[in-house]
Write a protein that binds this ligand. Sequence first.
Ligand code: GLA
Length: 748
Amino acid sequence: MKDNWTIIVLCCIWGLCAQAQEVSVSKALYRQGNDMSWAKPDVDDASWSEIDITKQWDKQGFPRNNNAYGWYRIHVTIPKSLLVGADQQNVVVLHMPKADDVDECYLNGKLIGSTGRMPTDPSGYLCGVDVVRDYPVDIKSGVIRWDADNVIAVRVYNRGGSGGLFWRPLTLRCPNAAEGLAMRLTEENNGQSHCDIEISSAYASTASGTLDVTLTDRETGAKVKSLSKKLSIKRNKPARFSLPYDKHKMCLLTASYTDKETGKVLSESKQLKYILTPPTPATPRFNGAPVYGVSPGSPVIYRFPVSGEKPMKFTCDDLPAGLQLSDEGALSGRVDKPCVLSFNITAENAQGKASQVFTLKVGEHMIGQTPPMGWNSWNCWGLSVSQEKVISSTQALIDKGLADFGYNYINIDDGWEAESRNPDGTIEANGKFPSMKGMIDWLHERGLKFGIYSSPGDKTCGGYLGSLGHEKQDAEVWNEWGVDYLKYDWCSYERVREKDNDWGFASCLRPYLLMQKFVREQPRDIFYSLGPLGGTQVYLWGIYCDGNSWRTAQDIDDTWASIRDVGFRQQAGKAQYSSVGHWNDPDMLVVGKVGWGRELRETRLTPDEQYTHITLWTLLASNMLIGCDIAQMDDFTLNLLCNNEVNAINQDILGKQADRVLKEGDIEVWSRPLADGTVAAGIFNVGDSDRGVDMKALINLLPTSSEEKDRKEPGSVRDLWRQKNLSADELNCTIPAHGCRYLKIIVK
Ligand code: GLA
């Protein structure tokens, strides 16, 4: 018996349960090895070593073994007095230390919880190192020996580095009534939208109480709906409640559950997705920039982005020689000599017709007249990308109408490369891409372009084959396949610099210049996109490698912290490095279902943060590469990406990127001049609480061009998301935390 190691703490946990007690233990007996019989209570552990469970085993003199198991045995007296005054008389919770990497916890020989997955698990090893472990024990199960010796045996597996239990002492206590309850608010935004409230219980006892739900319109402050419902919640039988809502309103959902027995309250609120973009008209509407650039002799691959009811037929009476236009609006062909060709394209459907005077600029360095728009596999599928997934997102891009708004590049990121090169040094795709050429032809037939990924090092960031030593061969293979875009990512090239001990400026440019040469030698246009380098500033020299875009930040993720850092902090002051055909690229979009692997989840950005993300990225003249699975895209995300007036800022042919022009506390204004003489401005609230903003005062502070010197008043101010002109009254508004307003200002 090791009762001397057991510290029984009688403490008050204010606010939860005034008299609740807690047992806390920080010492155990320890043995390396993996004998499952050590889970049993009656094992002779007298010869085991003493160990502190708040520090990993190797930090206490025990060996630091990789792929090693260790067992902890904790002898503890559990006093019946633990139940005195507790709300929950049916459960005791073991708040465990963390385990490096995976644990299984037994109480008196019975498994009561585990976190992560042992390597022997049929689903494979899963690290659980940073997960908080709370294991509930049902009192009715009889496993607890009251006022007697209990044995908590913990089996820990460590894959590498430090191992074992660590972080804090183990504690046992009776939770308060609401503690085992969890509330989850979700929503469906397709067709008829509804929000769902789910309350589940981790504990055996049934809870009953009242759920109060309110929907508030945040723009007007009005209560849209309010109701109350009695619920009974059993373990493994969560209570669910669904409520329809109008996705065109800015609805805030608030739900609170009051426990009948104890009066404890559980509350959550969620800003539901709201659509600001007005419905797309059924008549044809051209949504793309009226200009496109191509090199002499390079295949023209362009799909006219026109929304409206289908079927739609495209015609052109003055189509220049060498070009063909399909009925569905795909422009193809070649023009051999440099020239500027303007012609009139007409789109017609059952509802009407529309025309656009379109200019094709044929010449050297004409690629990327406007920033590329399209899709990239990385932020959703990561290394699990496959031909099937690419085709599924492409088909959805067409079917859901994204192609009608200008999204036309379909880019695969890392994970397409074969394990090794062919004997002649050429590269092939791996088994996930049974027919790369076939897939690319399929895209081209639809007027869509195809992008690929590689690295100047021997390995890509994901550990696949890079192009080092095979640059020419790779560029030639890509040309044969019909590649239109190359993302060339630094990654393992750092090792070449290390080997050569060459840290100069030229050592950054060298591999990019080499690939530039081979890419530009191909008889087709390949948009050349440069990846991010560790500490170096690609935007300073990307233009010297004829880069069409370059990353201006490290990798993005789907959190506000990332948008704030990658978008606001890292892009300020960079407008000077962007120009037509050479764009700054703050990384791909993180709206919709993302995941960087096999399993996707809803982006963690709130709806307000997503409006901010798209507003800022379009202002920044950034590459607009959708990062989610398009097949699973809901109405909210679709409307976010398909607002023609918002996208027109990104595609503005003046090509002047926005920069931050004002910063007052949490309010930032980013603006850019547009080809039609107007100004686009994003007014952002990067703070954590809603802010009242006088937009007129901010507009008056915006920099003006020389002709506008006398300007006192803004002319009309258009809200780009809502696509309506604002009245003077509407210029005083509240901008939600992390939200924005997007304006186009016509100067009087
Ligand atoms: C780097 C890039 C990402 C992605 C991965 C692929 O991290 O920045 O965008 O391409 O490599 O491995």
